[in-house]
Design a protein around this ligand. Structure first.
Ligand SMILES: C[S@@+](CC[C@H](N)C(=O)[O-])C[C@H]1O[C@@H](n2cnc3c(N)ncnc32)[C@H](O)[C@@H]1O
Length: 268
């Protein structure tokens, strides 16, 4: 807890996004990796592999943009830096790890604070006053504009889709009386992010958790929840399981496992 608070303070983050809990959330993810990172190894390997599959489909290798780079667990930074002239590690909360990559490979890797929704500052300003509908509308109309560094030959959305609306909406006063508000904001933000990605001129790799599972110690599936109800996505190019929180991380009775999918799209 203390370590997470210190790490959150060391995370570079705009004040609005910090007020919405994003710096703390990024530190909490890194802390979970310290505790149960061994269980994440297959997920991390699959993410690296699919990102490099996307890289292999690029005609030019000038710039790669990674959105939601975080602490770069699932990002093969060294391999991307060997292939592309410029690697942009973008996240609303810039980790010490991303800044270390920037120092290690100056001019080749840049760690940039960037809000992929474009609405977190307005959301933070209206944290106490926004109605539930206004919050959903804000995400539904969101557009972050041209990405940092300009358009890229490869854009990777690295496991951040399910977080874009969920985490900040949870901090809204309107969410106190409306348990479903974060989920509605999550869908609205995800829909916009997917449309924004589709408009990029380069190769796109989208990696996202899509289902949350509770798995008993004997392997029985106790619960299954679809994260993006009503979001029409084509069949993924690759899917795998992420042992996110093995017993006893979140529960003594079940492991939390996420199903993760990946899509690789090329310009028309
Ligand atoms: C599940 S983590 C994945 C982290 C990262 N890919 C890694 O391997 O460490 C989701 C990441 O999305 C980032 N994120 C959440 N909302 C964002 C936003 N609006 N704009 C950019 N990044 C965001 C978080 O800060 C976090 O680092």
């Amino acid at each position: 807890m203390l370590r997470e608070l210190i790490d959150a303070l060391r995370t570079k983050c705009a004040p609005g996004a910090r007020a919405l809990g994003l710096a703390y959330e990024a530190a909490a993810i890194a802390a979970r990796h310290r505790r149960v990172g061994k269980s994440w190894a297959p997920h991390i390997a699959a993410s690296h592999q699919v990102i490099l599959r996307g890289a292999a489909r690029c005609r030019k290798h000038e710039r790669v943009l990674v959105i939601g780079a975080g602490a770069c667990f699932d990002v093969p930074v060294a391999e991307l830096a060997a292939q592309f002239s410029e690697v942009i590690l973008a996240d609303v909360a810039v980790s010490a790890v991303a800044r270390r990559w920037q120092r290690r490979l100056p001019g080749r890797v840049r760690a940039i604070a960037w809000d992929a929704t474009g609405v977190l500052a307005s959301l933070a300003e209206g944290r106490r006053t926004l109605t539930a509908n206004a919050a959903v509308e804000l995400f539904a109309g969101s557009d972050p504009g041209v990405p940092p560094g300009g358009d890229a030959d490869l854009v990777v959305s690295a496991n951040c889709l399910s977080q874009l609306g969920l985490i900040p909406a949870d901090q809204l006063v309107a969410a106190e009386a409306d348990d479903e508000l974060p989920a509605r904001c999550a869908i609205a933000a995800a829909r916009r992010h997917i449309a924004w990605l589709a408009a990029r001129p380069g190769v796109r790799v989208l990696i996202s958790d899509v289902t949350r599972l509770d798995i008993a110690p004997d392997g029985r599936e106790l619960a299954r929840r679809t994260i993006f109800k009503g979001l029409e996505l084509r069949a993924p190019d690759q899917s795998w399981r992420w042992d996110l929180a093995p017993i006893p991380e979140w529960s003594r009775e079940w492991h939390r496992v996420h199903e993760v999918s990946a899509w690789i799209d090329e310009p028309a």
